[in-house]
Ligand binder design. Structure first.
Ligand code: PRP
Length: 176
């Protein structure tokens, strides 16, 4: 099996420093309140895990899984709900945690799915955003990094199910 060595795009240290900033802003916005953090599986698991360790708020953690990419590198255009939250979201402060916003289709679909449950507030944290690929309007309240249109892997993000375990964001170079 081919297993390429990725080049580092965003180092572990830079990710950690940026998460410090995001956590500080979230702690300020929600000071004195409880939040329900919804980790969007699978890609956001590592970012979410590191982010919530730095929150100084009462947190309830939940998970949703949607998929649109399957094993390929191009979105199919259909977002399928694979797993729903188990918490009651009515009147709750929701923080959606995503690894990446690309076209914006997934997050738009997710927000629509969550709005009908009548939460108090819905906010979005995403580690990465590719502005050049964006098609659906999206407001990222807590953004880690804007990146160019490269296929990124690591720190939760996969290529055909692999490379999620890398502690940094990398790019695949077929020559390596
Ligand atoms: C990725 C990523 C986002 C979505 C972003 O999920 O985690 O949810 O794609 O793309 P979009 O903005 O174009 O909709 P993916 O479907 O690859 O599932 P995974 O997180 O389980 O790898």
């Amino acid at each position: 099996m081919e297993h390429f060595r990725p080049d580092v795009l965003i180092s572990e240290e830079d990710i950690n420093l940026r998460i410090d900033d995001l956590a500080r802003a979230i702690n300020t916005e929600f000071a004195g309140e409880e939040i329900v953090v919804i980790c969007i599986l699978k890609g956001a698991f590592m970012f979410c895990s590191d982010l919530i360790k730095k929150l100084e708020l009462p947190v309830r953690l939940d998970f949703m899984q949607v998929s649109s990419y399957g094993e390929g590198t191009v979105s199919s255009g259909n977002v399928k709900l694979e797993m729903d939250v188990s918490e009651n979201l009515k009147d709750q402060n929701i923080l959606i945690v995503e690894d990446i916003v690309d076209t914006g289709l997934t997050i738009n679909t997710l927000v629509e799915m969550l709005k009908v449950r009548n939460p108090k507030k819905i906010k979005l944290a995403s580690l990465l955003f590719k502005p050049s690929r964006n098609k659906f309007p999206v407001n990222i309240d807590y953004l880690g990094f804007e990146i160019e249109d490269k296929f990124v892997i690591g720190y939760g993000l996969d290529y055909a199910g692999r490379y999620r375990e890398l502690p940094y964001i990398g790019v695949l170079n077929a020559g390596n």
